[in-house]
Design a protein around this ligand. Structure first.
Ligand code: NIG
Length: 415
């Protein structure tokens, strides 16, 4: 059924120019229509304009009452397909154990690997669908989900098939990424060679053109092994992304830029020289402030990266170890406080620029005719409130692919 939203402050995020991640001042231009309407039909935006719509509106009408209507979030970096929990390790970390120390002792990512290997596909899918529903209620229309808790051909394929199965059971857009290079499996002396020579080809055969990711870090993948994996992946036509400079700078950011990676993710420990190099490239920096909030209070220098002309996106990193949050509104609030982004920059980083990371900027991330109708109506007439408040229940209304997937009851008085 067609749907029209009227009387809204619309952040279109539409801008002339190439469909590339926005930088510098363009990040602060939200393409605002002060009071306007959006028409949706068959999942697509068919009209966007100032004032009231022309003629009678067919179908359902939502009067926004002056509230902000903006694109649904694009969460471009998550690990939200997992089983088990790491609550014991949370208590260890509260008592002072570091993330890398827990990983080195066979816990951390490896602990979730054991749980995921033991889980049945149906259980894994149900856990994932519950998390996707929580993310939708918080305004997220598109979710990237990494494998990386399997670490052998069977279990990695099991994760990617589960992620693919989720696409049929949610209206959200779900994008799978192969992260077979996520930790070093201490029980498999052949793990690195197996990942490069067996797991990667098996995954690329079943999921052609899938993006390949790696965790390049002390105690995880070395620079040289990541390079070998990426060379093979690139030869298979797979785009590259990498977890780099999270705790230590190993030279991966520069190598990723040279290899034409779509994004470099984390960057808490990036050097000033690498930051300059990255800012001059097409590679997008994906900043994940929930990890600093949850683990150790370290944050990436996102302000410097934007000021140097770099392209920046932000994401939840939703996972059971370093970032246990489904909430993009919380990430926007953190990005303003801890990364020193302005509210407008954080909104662009969480929508349009995040869509660019996934190559989806032609279908999501802005409110424009012909795009998928993924929208959210905030409980405010000023988008700065999204950044100012934190730990909120999220938007009033969330529309994904033209369907209202979430509507929050509010105690407004009827006259
Ligand atoms: O991006 N650092 C590597 N991967 C995730 C954490 C995954 C986990 O701890 O389970 C991250 O922070």
């Amino acid at each position: 059924m067609p749907l029209t939203i009227t009387n809204a402050r619309i952040l279109t995020l539409a801008q002339p120019g190439p469909a590339e991640a926005r930088r510098r001042a363009a990040m602060r231009d939200l393409g605002v229509i002060e009071r306007g309407h959006v028409r949706i039909d068959e999942g697509e935006i068919v009209a966007v304009g100032a004032g009231d719509p022309q003629g009678a509106s067919e179908g359902e009408v939502i009067d926004a009452g002056g509230s902000v209507l903006m694109p649904a979030f694009v969460d471009c970096h998550t690990h939200c397909c997992w089983a088990g929990d790491r609550f014991d390790e949370f208590e260890m970390s509260l008592a002072g154990a570091s993330y890398l120390k827990i990983l080195k002792s066979g816990g951390g990512i490896m602990s979730t690997v054991r749980s995921v290997r033991a889980a049945g596909e149906e259980d894994l899918l149900n856990l994932l669908l519950r998390r996707l529903a929580a993310m939708a209620a918080l305004g997220t229309g598109t979710v990237e989900i990494k494998s990386g808790y399997g670490l052998n051909p069977e279990a990695e394929l099991k994760m990617l098939r589960t992620i693919h199965a989720a696409t049929r059971q949610t209206t959200q857009t779900v994008v799978g990424t192969f992260l077979g290079a996520h930790a070093i499996d201490p029980d498999n002396p052949n793990y690195i060679e197996q990942t490069i020579n067996e797991t990667l080809p098996a995954v690329a055969a079943e999921f052609p053109d899938i993006t390949v990711d790696a965790f390049c870090e002390q105690g995880a993948w070395s620079l040289e092994d990541t390079r070998r994996l990426f060379e093979n992946a690139r030869d298979m036509g797979c785009p590259l992304r990498v977890h780099t400079d999270q705790f230590n700078s190993l030279g991966m950011t520069r190598l990723a830029v040279e290899m034409g990676a779509v994004s470099v993710d984390h960057l808490e420990a990036i050097t000033p020289k690498d930051l300059e190099h990255l800012a001059r490239s097409k590679t997008i920096g994906v900043i994940l402030p929930a990890a600093g909030f949850h683990l150790d209070g370290r944050y990436a220098p996102a302000r410097s990266l934007i000021d140097a002309g770099g392209a920046v996106a932000i994401a939840t990193n939703y996972n059971p170890g370093s970032a246990p949050t489904p909430s993009m509104p919380f990430i926007v609030a953190l990005a303003c406080r801890k990364l020193r982004l302005s509210p407008a920059e954080a909104i662009t980083a969480a929508t349009y620029n995040a869509a660019c990371v996934l190559g989806l900027q032609y279908s999501v991330g802005s409110i424009e005719v012909g795009k998928r109708a993924d929208l959210q109506l905030l409980d405010s007439s000023d988008e700065r409130e999204l950044a100012f408040e934190f730990a909120t229940p999220g938007p009033l209304v969330v529309i994904v692919n033209g369907e209202v997937v979430h509507m929050r009851a509010v105690g407004r008085e009827e006259n």
